[in-house]
Design a protein. Structure first.
Length: 80
């Protein structure tokens, strides 16, 4: 799934590529938790998942997590 996102974001171009329509949308918001949990669950020792292997996804994810409301929502989700 991450490699599909990588290819899609690579085609988008621009300073802040989005998943749909050239602006942040529900699609972006819905993939943040998936990307976060994939990193947590599959990025541990002995696993072969490393977000830095997907530079476009990493840039997109870091940009999304830099938004205070997204970070708060993820922090809240991790507490429950």
């Amino acid at each position: 799934m991450t490699s599909v996102l990588e290819g899609h974001l690579a085609k988008q171009g621009g300073d802040e590529p989005w998943l749909v329509g050239g602006k942040m949308s529900y699609a972006d918001l819905s993939f943040v938790p998936w990307t976060h949990f994939a990193t947590v669950m599959l990025g541990g020792k002995g696993q072969d998942y490393d977000l830095s292997k997907y530079p476009h996804v990493k840039k997109w994810f870091d940009s999304m997590m830099a938004r205070s409301i997204v970070k708060k929502a993820m922090d809240d989700a991790m507490q429950h």
